[in-house]
Write a protein of this length. Sequence first.
Lengths: 175, 650
Amino acid sequence: MPLETEARAELRALVADFAPNDGQLMAALHRVQHRYGYISREALEVVAEQLEMFPAHVYGAASFYDEFRLEPPASTTIRWCSGPACRLENGNGIRDAMLAVLGFDDLGERTDDGRIEMVNGQCNGTCEQAPLVWVERPFEHERRVVGKLTAAEAIRITREIRDGESIDGGHETVF
Amino acid sequence: MVNRLMGGMKLSSDTAQIQGNFSQIREDATTVYERWRKPQRPRIDVAIDTSSLANGALATSNAIEQIANDRNAAIDLGQNHGYGMQWLQPLVTVTWPNGTSVIYGPVNPDDAALIVDEATGRSGAASALAIGVLSGEHTEIPSIREHPFFAQEPEQRRLIARIGLTDPEVMEHYIGSGGWAAFARVLYRGMQPDGVRQELIDGAHGGRGGGGFPAGVKWNFLAGAPGDEHYMVCNADEGDPGAWVNRVVMEGDPHLLIEGMAIAAFATSSKRGFIYIREEYPLAVERMEQAIRHAEAAGLLGDNILGSEFSFQLEVVKGAGSYVCGEETGLLSSIQGQRGQPRIRPPFPAAVGVFMKPSNVNNVETFSHVPLILQNGHEWYREYGTEAMVGTRLFSFSGDIPNTGFMELPFGAPMQEILSACGGVSDGAELKAIHSGGPLGSLVPASAMPTLTLENNSFTPYDAMMGSGGIVFVSDRTHLVILNEFISEFVEEESCGRCTTCHGGNQRMTEIFRRIMNGDGRRADAANLKLIDDMLQQSNCVHGQFSPKPMRNLLQHFREDYEELALQRRDPTLTLPGMTKFRVANPRDSKIEDAVAICPVNAFQGSVGARSINDDACIGCGACTEVAPGAIVREPKQLEAASMPVSAGS
Ligand SMILES: Cc1cc2nc3c(=O)[nH]c(=O)nc-3n(C[C@H](O)[C@H](O)[C@H](O)COP(=O)(O)O)c2cc1C
Ligand code: FES
């Protein structure tokens, strides 16, 4: 039994109401990620104990899903919509321009200071705003939709984010 | 909340008692709902749904509230779900004490004062924003049912009849407008499970998740399965990019899905159910969870529903960004806390499902029609649709059209008229293709339009499928192959990884498409794509098996476009960066320095007045032509055709 740290005790309390063998792993992982922004190794162990599973099983499951993060998130995430309506509106050009501003080769990378990350996003049916990105602050549970973009606008907002300014465009939505 | 009944509700197999319990709930709810429809003071409802939020509904709502407070206006504020015209979001509905409701949009924060004026009696103040009358009468504004966007909908909506008229977060609105009556009647009339299943079979009610398998028949499998631990599972993973019809039901009328699932559970002796919702739909998750809590508090879910002997526990499971979890066995694995990998069937879920117990998986919409069929009878249900596909279904329309949104349409509705309802193709471009069925679906050529209708049989001659509700119109402004590359990359990323055919095949396909898009197509590519097609069909599950379809459609229906691109290495749309060159045509244009400033890769060289573009640095994003359209032009890159000359018909 690993030593009980304060963090571990807090984790234990966080998932105390989940029961084993009852289809509650996804919910437990979501709760941990919502609280800490990611699922640490320690959290994987605590969840495994609570649900009476092997840590390897919990890790195996958690790592299968794109949206479970096993490392802390960047403070700002740009989520680029990869869906069809956005693609038809120069979505690829917008993606490439934003990556260039941030000095990234591909989606999934983050800035050296760890502040900004750009990831692949999925269409959620707000295609009237295509082409769009979501700008998220995972720790604040904030998400803005920035839509009807042009490549030039995408470059401007990415520069603002890169230079640490808060963007005033877009619309607040549910996280 | 109507939860006071729980204490007083008597447990009984006495049908009169059950009916009494329900009457009480309905009476209270009806009062609440009638007051909502004919409020004492005018009420302004801002649509709150995923689409409206993306269009700024929160800012609109705040602005209206601010003005109403500042003026101390004698009005109330509420919310509903947007009616379907998503391009006109944020949508706002004003309801007056006489029961007349009018929809306005787009209502931006600057328009808030006009809406408050209109609501408080300055009639006509917001007439420029009026879209249509939702209920009641209005002398100047036509009924929303006459709006051209809904020209192909049935006269009355069925599945989404409540959308706009109710607040989806208030259960009394659902019950007060006829909700739960179907299930209550099943219970108090003492209807048997097989009778319920037969009603669906008689209605030929087909699944809405893509396959169209008859729901009643599938329920027979579960009802006949051994043991008394059966599970009813709702597939709300809705992963096809461009499809958001399940979202509309869950955000717009969540209790309809719950009632449908409760009836399904009753018909199959299931005591527990799950709704598996993709995590990209946080508002749907919130509304479903809240609706379940409300239903439990009212004694409509949980132990001894309405005091009967029937119990049903329902809960939401939130996915985590995996498309393949929409495949039913992947979904079951995910609910159980495993990697969401599909497995080989048989055994089918009716034999081995959640926790290895008999289970049944249906789509959100499959369940949501059930209360309506039981309430109105299978003959009513059969009034719309075709021989092969009965009823109506929700469709979402997007792509190169001005009018993005959703409609409830009878199966068999004509595509040409639907495109007109969507405003035709944007910017006067020509239609190139119809992308249906998501990434495992199809690219149907525009030449199909005159006869194409919304039913599977109409799509099959094109080696295509209609899919589960998402229709994307594709114009000739962008090269179609952009969608092929997107789709193959998507399927590869979302592959569960078990079959090499699937993840390896789609990876290979993506590489080939990327190379072609880069102006480096080869003569062997078509043959290799065909090989990949054959190989992919050997995958274990439909994810791999169907993934070559859009590529096959490209080669079947768009052969000339493909060959022009891959062999002659020409992109007539000038939208593929690898084949397009940006050139400074007018170095003295007043906007040229704006272009220099916006370029994300500093591709401009030379001094002011003599700017040119370094082709090696340019990434082709197009930002410079947006800010300086008079200075910079797109031109085809001069590329040699693929090694051998192309003979016609090769
Ligand atoms: C890769 C893949 C993804 C799928 N995604 C969904 C989905 O998001 N929603 C859905 O209802 N069905 C989806 N299906 C189909 C389901 O496996 C299943 O057939 C369906 O949920 C059955 O519901 P129905 O009988 O009510 O149509 C998917 C299938 C595959 C192969
Ligand atoms: S394709 Fe981007 S929102 Fe639908």
